[in-house]
Design a protein around this ligand. Sequence first.
Ligand code: HSE
Length: 362
Amino acid sequence: MALMTVRREVTTALRILLLGFGNVGRAFCEIVEEKAPLLRDLFGVEGRFVGIATRSRGCVSDPGGIDIGALLKKESSTGRLGPAPSRGGRDAPSAAEMVREMDYDLLVVCTSTTIQSPEEPKSFICGGLQRGKDVITSNKGPLFLGYREIRDFAAAREAIFLFEAAVMGGTPFFSFTRHCLTGSEVLSCEGVMNTTSNYVLDLMVAGASFDDALLDARRKGYAEADPTFDLEGWDSAVKASIIAQVLMGAPPVPLEDIEVQGINQIKTRLLLEAAHSGGALRLVSRVEKGKDGVAITVRPEVLSPSNPLSRVHGATNGVLFLTDTLGEIFVAGGGIGPRHTAFSLLRDLIEVACSRKGGREC
Ligand code: HSE
């Protein structure tokens, strides 16, 4: 069903500083351009990129708005966004300087995630929040390290901090709980949260070897730089820990304190038996509220056909919530391609824009 378009008379520019111009950052620029008419007509907002920073391909800024089409052409012909570092004169400002010094309204942190070193993206996020800027991110590292600290830091500065794209790409999750489960208590949440593992399992059922399936998942860009992080269950554990912190107020936990088993030792015979019974073997992350706090586990499980998670296939994610008000709620789909993840960032951008305008349209 198409939303009724209400043409807004007044359009406000939302000046965006983007950190990271990998697949997701690029897709985010493209989707903001593509959705410009909708942003303008439905929400009265013009997303304007005033700065883009990368770690090794330079930084660009233009207070009047960067021409994204021209930038993409320049990048494909020179491999860079900004000028190469000079030997003598003053170099272009770094990402950290741009965060500290530029005029912008929304900081988008799309840098690549490394759970081992979440301090740098956290410093970018807090650098923006410190100045009262709204921040959205696709980077799960800082959330895993300590969600509540960042949330409180943002609240103290009356800034908005959103992270829909950080967990399960395009699958509606935090926005869903914030808007559709408001007033409910989430008692438990179990899900297929790692796409790489799910994709590999499905290809193995279809006859591929583990190695070939993984190669395909890597080619498609689903896997982390180190795919053992996906296959041994650590990525699922990180996501489950973030969910426990955000939805259940759990403290951050070190990875080694989470009970984790991945799919790296799975035998094809087990997968086929599960499939022949009408169900499926899935890598399930479980987050449960109990008397002694929140319990998190990650392990492969044979699911019966009646479990909706058994129908989460390929490069998608799915989550089954148990709530105190509605019982079970199942959300699935979305996937983690760059465009899906960029769409989650767009969703956060719209929420920031609406909130700044008084929140009526969200
Ligand atoms: N490697 C992750 C996955 C990417 O396969 O789900 C998204 O976090």
